[in-house]
Design a binder for this molecule. Structure first.
Ligand code: SF4
Length: 217
């Protein structure tokens, strides 16, 4: 066999796709970040009546190149929650407005083999939009986010994703220095809202592209 690792992940991703579909998610598999972008632009988004688009923090989404392409689309109204030039008040207002768009794009911190989405947010706008508000939600999920079960997912988030995220965001938290969560009381703490999404309601409202590459943290 030429590509055993990719083959292994193909099997794992198809198994979790089946479970996600049982949980009413609409699921696609892409071989790469570039293929995920093409799938979104050529198949998923054109099938929706999308006029307004926004997103929540996701390295996976940015890694596909989809973010930069959508930013240049003059036919869409973009509510850009990644705009670092905004004041705190403007940033919060932008995130509030992002809850009523036609399409909200983001990722997930972890995905269980049973097809549950597990997340831990600082502000809550990302998980809020995943659960309610935007007409459609699109999640880009790299294979590295797949966890055996809920316990594994929560361990991954608290012991890997959160510390790495604080490092990436230059947060002043203990974990950014040590790599170890110390359940801080820092104003920069990013661990405020745990959420578990078991199923998509309305059916297929949440669309997922599983990517056979490591993406994000
Ligand atoms: S609770 Fe604080 S120390 Fe722990 S991972 Fe979150 S930000 Fe880091």
């Amino acid at each position: 066999m030429k590509h055993p690792i990719d083959n292994y992940w193909q099997l794992k991703l198809h198994a979790v796709k089946d479970n996600l579909e049982k949980n009413n998610f609409e699921v696609y598999i892409a071989d790469s970040a570039a293929a995920a972008k093409d799938l979104a632009l050529e198949q998923i988004i054109p099938a929706l009546d999308v006029k307004t688009v926004s997103w929540g923090g996701s390295m996976s989404f940015v890694a596909t190149g989809l973010f930069h392409t959508l930013m240049e689309d003059k036919n869409l109204e973009i509510i850009n929650t990644f705009d670092k030039s905004l004041s705190f008040e403007e940033m919060m207002e932008t995130r509030r407005r992002s809850l009523l768009v036609d399409l909200f794009i983001t990722g997930t911190n972890a995905l269980t083999e049973a097809g549950q989405l597990v997340n831990l947010d600082m502000i809550g706008n990302r998980v809020g939009a995943m659960m309610w508000g935007p007409v459609h939600v699109l999640l880009i999920i790299g294979r590295n986010k797949l966890c055996q079960d809920m316990e594994d997912a929560m361990f991954r988030i608290k012991n890997y994703a959160a510390p790495v995220n604080t490092m990436n965001l230059d947060k002043k938290t203990p974990c950014a220095k040590t790599g170890i969560c110390q359940e801080c009381a820092s104003p920069d703490r990013i661990c405020n809202y745990w959420t578990i999404i078991e199923k998509s309601f309305v059916k297929k409202r949440i669309k997922i592209i599983l990517v056979n590459e490591d993406l994000g943290f």
